[in-house]
Structure formats: structure tokens, C-alpha cells
Design a protein around this ligand. Sequence first.
Ligand code: F6P
Length: 329
Amino acid sequence: MNIEGGIDSIMKRIGVLTSGGDSPGMNAAIRAVVRKAIYHGVEVYGIYQGYAGLISGDIRKMELGSVGDIIHRGGTILYTARCEEFKTLEGQKKGIEQLKKFGIEGLVVIGGDGSFAGAQKLTEHGFPTVGVPGTIDNDIPGTDFTIGFDTALNTVIDAIDKIRDTATSHDRTYVIEVMGRNAGDLALWSGLADGAETIVIPEADHDIDQIISRLQRGQERGKKHSIIVVAEGVGSGMDFGREISERTGAETRVTVLGHIQRGGSPTGFDRVLASRLGAKAVDLLLEGQAGVTVGIENNKLVHHDITEVLQRKHSIDLDMYRLSQELSI
Ligand code: F6P
């Protein structure tokens, strides 16, 4: 959708919210939205607690100073929530009523696919939205990277480096379960970056017998420790650990990294990505675009229709997966 008109003639007041699981860099994106809008002479209202705050009207005006000193902070100053009520027509109507009450004419939604589904609904009801991909899972089509993925990746790498030290000292096998929901990006990238012996991801079939024989081959040539990275979308790391321990006899430990992966100061990459995507979202809204998501592809800012993005299936670079196998023979 593209409405004719100059930036000033389209909107005077926009809103911004974060929704779903938080991710490092969301604050940098909020900052970019607020500053870019004010730069264009447009007022910005922050909606707290995601769609839950939209329904209840937890909405406050933001100024330049509201987003000072946050670019380096993890989490989200607007807070976030997963909101079941907004999945209903009634919830969506309540949200639109609040937007009207506050005179908000367009909305930037920062979050993952669940958040985008809410934004799509608002657009279907005639309310302009732009989605900014923020999730550590890197599972949103239409962008090479989501905000927070790089930071989470580096958190996982740091953790695996530490685990490798103790795995080496004790001659142990370690199974490390990483987040990603149904996507294997965090597992694949961290496993490749850490030289894991085995990476198990939902996007590629795995054979436990092959994993065991690979470990046994390693044991036969004197290898005493191994790192196995398992994406949570494949199943429980504990189950993998138990089976490996029983079948190889190797002393095995399991670490579930959990929510540590969602916190921390965003990396430089995530701060820059968030700043670029947040500012682009404002430009698109003010140009009259609605029902689109922003993204980065080959280091260029792009936008796509939100319905198309939600319909597309997330994919992974299988060449990278094959490379990880080739390098860990
Ligand atoms: O989508 C981000 C994510 O951290 C996933 O990797 C994980 O499966 C999920 O959220 C955990 O959700 P919650 O914080 O609700 O436990």
C-alpha cells in the first residue's frame, strides 16, 4: 500500500511498541524510531507491555530524552509481553480504539513473527503498521539478520568457550542446548564458530546412530572431549545427553543455556542494525507504506509485504551446515 503525499502531509503522531520475547538491540531500535520521527517533526508515543499495553491504554508520549542512554542496554525500556487477547478480534478492536483515542496514526512494531501477526491484523483493519524484526532466533523471512541474533550468538560462543575449557580438563562430552524456538540459526552459527563436533538443528535430519559412531571414532583416535550443540527445536538436550552417555560410556554433561541468551548489552552489529531498521520503519510509515516489514539483505535495507513474510517459511543456509560437518570430521 502506498499513499501519495509528502512526509509532512501523512502523519503527525506515531506509536512504537516491543512485543514477544525481548532481544538485545530493541532499545537501540526504539531510540532510532523516536529520534527519527522527532527529526521529521512527528510526535511519538511509547506503548508499554506490547499489545497488552495497547489494549489497556498504557501509552505515554516520548521525547528526545526518553531514549537517552539506552542504546547500549539489553532488554526493552517499553517492556514486552505475549498477549493472547490481541489474537482475538475484540482485542484488536480495543487496541485500535486506544490508538484513535491517543491520536496515533501509524505504529512501529518491534518483535518476532507473533508480533508481526498482530501488526498484520491492525493493517487489515485499516491501521498502518510497519514491523521491525527483533528476536534472537533469526527466524524472520525477508531479512538476513534479526535484531539481537548477533548478541545472543556471541553470548552462546562465550559460554561454549568456557565449557570447552572444562570439557578439556575433565575429558568430558558436553551437550549444549541453545534457544531458537523452531530455528537452528543460533545452534548452527555458534557450533560453527566454536568448532563443535556435532550440531543438531531442526532444518536438517539427524541420525543419533551416526552421531554416536562419530563420537566413537573420535574416542578411538584418542579424542577425549566433544562439544555437541543441540537446537531446542530438535528436542531436549537432556535426552540427547542421556542417550550419548548410555551408548558411548563417555562421561557426559548437559548445559541448557536458557534465558542468559536473551540478555546483555547489544553488540556493535546489533546496535547499528537496530538503528538502521528503526529509522527505516519511520521513513516507510511517513511515506505512506503500511503492512510491511523492514529488513536487511546483502547489507541493503529492504521492505516486504507483511503477509508475504508471515507466509514464507524460514530457511537456513544448508551449505553452512554441510561445512560444519566437513570441518569437524
Ligand atoms: O523467541 C525467543 C525465545 O527466546 C526462543 O528462543 C525461546 O524458545 C522462547 O523465546 C522462550 O520464551 P519464554 O521467554 O516465553 O520462555
